[in-house]
Design a protein around this ligand. Sequence first.
Ligand SMILES: [Zn+2]
Length: 301
Amino acid sequence: MTLAPWHADNWQRLLARRAQDRLPHALLLCGAAGLGQREFAERLAAMILCERDDAPCGTCHACHLYAQRFQRDPEETRPDGMLSQPHGHPGHPDARFVGHALNEKSSPKKMYTELTVDQIRDLSAWLVLPPQLGRAQVALIDPADELNVAASNALLKTLEEPGERRHLVLVSSRPARLSATIRSRCQRVEFHLPAREQAQAWRRQAEAATGRADAAAEQRLKHTEALMTPVKPGNAVNAAQHVWSYFKGSADKNTRLRFDKLINKVSMGESTIPMKRLLLKLAEAQQQHYLLNSLYFMKLL
Ligand SMILES: [Zn+2]
């Protein structure tokens, strides 16, 4: 998990807190979707679990276990079709990721459309067990704003009596949807849109490191620019066309036809979900993970 330059300040602050052994028990990472909060949260969990001072070192036993990832079968997805755990569940026994999960009781099997009280009860029961590797336990809840009322109440209890070396990291692009009591029990970490110069500097740095124009850095810059380009809020057609502009050059004829059809439907006021799915598939094919999480999917589409 690499950090973007606009993560640096938040990261340094938390690193300093770790060095003083004063990392908050509950953190709420918030800001517009698409700024890499999830990647930040995962790296933060690695920092908490790592056995060395230069955490996360990437080489110790804890870091190795944490880097081992798996998806459940069937793959868990959010209501918008994205993977609940974009980088998988961690193999470290003291780390847990909570997101949209499968409703085992449903037939045919379906994903829950919210985070449920059973998930939080499981989590709380796990948090009272001693850490298996001894250092700490860390749980990541994403998207925290999808906790339903019962789950949110259950989580409050855990937040009120956090055990020693137990850390909860909540990720939310819509923190206003969280209950005020939950928000008040978490230390807030805000993510802001980067300045254009910062994004461009990042790209130049990547180019200098490789000695040539870096296609991946180019893409990342495009994402950043996409996030910074104003699109009329709430206008799904406008937003979809904006995202599409990144993919249409490489799309085949069928995909183009499909996009035209879907955008017509959206402009007639039909659901935006099939459109999101199509854009999502294109983004996945090009490994545009930042774009997958972008404003357009989460807010505008
Ligand atoms: Zn380590």
